[in-house]
Design a protein around this ligand. Sequence first.
Ligand code: PHE
Length: 338
Amino acid sequence: MKESLELMKNKALMAITQAENLEQLEGIRVQFLSKKGEVSLLMGTLRDLPMEERPSFGAEVNLLKASIEEALYDKKQILEEQALAAILEKEKIDVTLPGYQFYQGAIHPLNQVIEDVEDLFVGLGYEVAEGPELENDHYNFEMMNLDKEHPARAMQDSFYTDENHLLRTHTSPVQARTMLEKKGKPLRIICPGKVYRRDDDDPTHSHQFTQIEGLVIDEHITFANLKDALLTMVRHLFGHDRIIRLRPSYFPFTEPSVEVDVSYQKKDGTLGWIEVLGAGRVHPRVLEMGGYDPKKFQGFAFGVGVERIAILKYKIDDIRHFYLNDIRFLSQFKGVNR
Ligand code: PHE
């Protein structure tokens, strides 16, 4: 019996010494020490021994068990250290290697114009409003005083998804939506967004472009308030030496309506004009449909072409640059305006 104990001890310790990893070590533990392991089986042979030999044999088996446990424990420490060292080695960082270069992004020029105009008008007490790009014919046209037969609908040829829905042709439907939302209370909003028009003839025109709508409704709003808002915006965007020129125009949703030109200095030193937006006093029908009493309330509205502004401000020669996502173009707008 003694010999078999000694043999088993040697066998176990040998296996432990040779174990190469923690899985193997666990296998050895199970092999010898688990409930059905070799040491337990040995303990089971106890009852085959004469009574007087049992206590000393039991004590021997316990000693065997203890020495296997100790060897397992020591080997486990070593293997764990080795495993950790291997991980550290694998994850070692060479701080002397050159780093990755992170490029600083730039805000898209159209968004810079939008943010700039928003900043100005929010400072003047306006709220920023938004509306859906897939719009109801009702808001896009009807509530803007363009009924189904209105000839001006042809000027805003559009993309319909079904009889009643289209990609909005201007940001003006947000006027209607906001008026209904405000339920007859005075309002001042600015509303930037994408708009869509079918334009098959001219390849330099984009079927998608960007507008900023402005709308003010209150009591005692005059045309002078509109002129002031427009001049303030133009000077904020282009500088304080600019002046504006208002030309009579027509929009179904404003009356009277104007087209607004911004002055610029031509190469020969003379004064030139560039059209940048449409505007006017809110048409009484539009007020009425929006839930405002036109006898009590007046308003003005304007719609700015953001691409126009960006082209002028940043001297861009082709509108298509805005949509091509060419990083060489976009990266030129880093830190502009900030
Ligand atoms: N909605 C007009 C357009 O897209 C612009 C505009 C807005 C004109 C508000 C007057 C008032 O052409």
